[in-house]
Structures are given as structure tokens and as C-alpha cells.
Design a binder for this molecule. Structure first.
Ligand SMILES: [Ca+2]
Ligand SMILES: [Ca+2]
Ligand SMILES: [Ca+2]
Length: 327
């Protein structure tokens, strides 16, 4: 790129945005007048991402130095790639299971994982229980109350482990996440009979063990369902997302561990064909987003969230209704 040599007056350099990448200094700048009216007050400007051409006029070394610095500066770094995430699916007819690999809101590919023909087995959570950097899959058999973790390496099941039973089918796993800040994911339960909510603190050493538990404030009204966990107020503490299946109201409970701090209203979706299928940061802004699935049409949607405020929607690829999102 040709340097500019010729100079006489100073004035303000204005060149906004990232337009400099489109400027051809060699063809534009040495025939460009930057002080076209001779009063030393004109401003350097861009038109259609090109320097505006005029005849005659001079500017100072400061201006050319600034222009050259601007033109010769390294290009701005490319935008970061969209964040990757996964959606775990279970076919409620065949027992097939698969993982969708997503980039932001875009479907990239899918990978089958081991099928489980007994449809009493439900996928109830996904977290890295053994700390190897790969998300594992938590299963619960709704007939027997047996719980299992599948330890995964990407799409491959490495093995499984049965974890402590909760044989009463009224207990449902409604979320996973680290409630006691020990770096290990815990399991959140809701009793669909009594409305009691409990966290099992889990730890993996040679195997996955329940090391304690704590009760979270009960909600007897069974219209209220826990639909996910995530840090909605960005205080580093896991919060709980609720939806009322009668009136469609969605609220977060801001938590400090198992202590309720307050609530935030997210919105209302009265149509119960739409189910909240997960909470995760889809768009990479570090604020958890809400994944929706329409159980009748098979449509999928993300609510892009900033805290409890919805900033937009994005339709995701659809999937036939017999597929349910496990997490
Ligand atoms: Ca793991
Ligand atoms: Ca924990
Ligand atoms: Ca929080």
C-alpha cells in the first residue's frame, strides 16, 4: 500500500466503523483532497466505503500519519465463531437416541448414540459427572426408580453406573447443576406429590456418590414445574426456572445455593403444546437462553435471553414429534 507524502493542513479525521478495509489507498489517497475547500476545516470522510475524491488541496503530516496508520493497521480480528452446543434427543417410539451438534442456532450434524428400547428409561439430565470434560447422560427409569449415569466420550458411551435409588416415582429429576459450588454437578429433584424440592450433592471419586442433600423451598401447587437451571442474574450462582402449566407463567428463582433470594418474571406462554426443553447459552453471550419445543408440530425455538429479558427468538431445525429433547 502506498504511503502518502504530501501535506499541508490539519483537521479532524473522521472515519467510522470498519470501513478502512475497503479503502484502496493506492488508487484513492494520492488523488484525494482532504482539505478540499482550503479552509483547513474540512473533514476526512468516507462515502460508500471509499475516500471521497476531489481535486487539489493539501493536509498536514498529522493527518496523513493518521490516515496511514488507519489504512495500514492490521485488520480487526474476525468475529468469534458461533458457540457450539448439543441437543440430546430420545425417540419415544423406537427408543433411538441421538445428539444434534449445533453452532449457535444452526444445526450442523447429528450423531446416533446407543438406543434404549425400554421406554420407561427417560433422559433426565446432562452434565459432566466424572469431570473428564465430556457431558454425561443421566437416566431415570420411571417404572423402577433406578437411576443411571452414562459416561460419555462425545457420542460414545464409555460405561454406565447406577446411582442411589429414589424408587418413589413421585420423585422426578428436574435439573442438574452445581448448587454447592464444589465444581461437581448436583441433581435437583421435585416430588410431584408433595411439592418438595431437594438437591442431591454429588461427587465423583472412583464412582459417582451422593455426598449429601438439601431441601429447597417447597411449592405444593403441582401446576408449577421446574423446567431448567441456569445463572439468570449472572452472579455465578445457579438459578431455577419454573413454568406454571395452568397459566403458562415462567419465572426464575434466584438462588444462593439452596437459599431462595428472590424471583424474576420471564414471561407467559399459555399454549402448553410449547414446552421448555432446556436452558443453555445458545448465542454465546454468557446469558442462558431458553430452548422450546412444540410437542405437536415438532417445531423448536430459542428465546435469546439477557437475564430474564427476552431479546429475540430464533427458530431451530424441527424434528418429528416422537422425538423428545432429553436435554
Ligand atoms: Ca464426563
Ligand atoms: Ca456440586
Ligand atoms: Ca444466579
Amino acid at each position: 500500500m502506498r504511503k502518502i507524502l504530501f501535506i499541508t493542513a490539519a483537521f479532524t479525521l473522521l472515519a467510522g466503523g470498519a470501513a478502512h478495509a475497503a479503502v484502496d489507498a493506492a488508487t484513492e489517497l494520492d488523488t484525494t483532497c482532504l482539505n478540499c475547500h482550503g479552509d483547513n476545516r474540512d473533514k476526512v470522510s468516507l462515502s460508500n466505503n471509499q475516500w471521497t475524491k476531489h481535486n487539489g488541496g493539501r493536509v498536514t503530516a498529522d493527518v496523513y500519519a493518521a490516515v496511514n496508520l488507519f489504512l495500514l493497521a492490521p485488520p480487526p480480528p474476525p468475529p468469534p465463531p458461533p458457540p457450539t452446543s448439543e441437543i440430546l434427543w430420545r425417540n419415544q417410539v423406537t427408543g433411538a437416541n441421538m445428539i444434534w451438534h449445533m453452532e449457535g442456532e444452526n444445526y450442523v450434524s447429528s450423531s446416533p448414540i446407543d438406543s434404549v428400547s425400554d421406554l420407561n428409561w427417560k433422559i433426565v439430565g446432562r452434565a459432566d459427572f466424572n469431570g473428564d470434560g465430556h457431558s454425561d447422560i443421566l437416566w431415570r427409569n420411571t417404572a423402577t426408580g433406578v437411576n443411571r449415569v452414562w459416561y460419555m466420550n462425545l457420542n460414545t458411551k464409555l460405561g454406565f453406573e447406577v446411582i442411589g435409588g429414589a424408587t418413589d416415582p413421585a420423585w422426578t429429576v428436574v435439573g442438574t447443576g452445581d448448587f454447592n459450588d464444589d465444581g461437581e454437578p448436583d441433581i435437583l429433584w421435585r416430588n410431584t406429590s408433595t411439592g418438595t424440592n431437594i438437591v442431591w450433592y454429588m461427587s465423583y471419586v472412583a464412582g459417582l456418590t451422593k455426598i449429601g442433600h438439601a431441601t429447597i423451598g417447597g411449592v405444593a401447587d403441582q401446576n408449577w414445574t421446574i423446567v431448567g437451571t441456569g445463572d439468570f442474574n449472572n452472579d455465578g450462582k445457579l438459578d431455577i426456572l419454573w413454568r406454571n402449566t395452568a397459566n403458562g407463567m415462567i419465572v426464575t428463582w434466584y438462588m444462593n445455593g439452596v437459599t431462595y433470594l428472590g424471583s424474576g418474571r420471564v414471561g407467559v406462554v399459555a399454549d402448553q403444546d410449547w414446552k421448555i426443553a432446556g436452558v443453555r447459552d445458545v448465542d454465546g453471550d454468557a446469558s442462558p437462553d431458553i430452548l422450546w419445543r412444540n410437542r405437536v408440530t415438532g417445531a423448536n425455538l430459542v428465546w435469546r435471553m439477557s437475564g430474564v429479558t427476552r431479546s429475540g427468538n430464533a427458530a431451530l431445525r424441527s424434528a418429528p414429534p416422537q422425538w423428545t429433547i432429553g436435554n
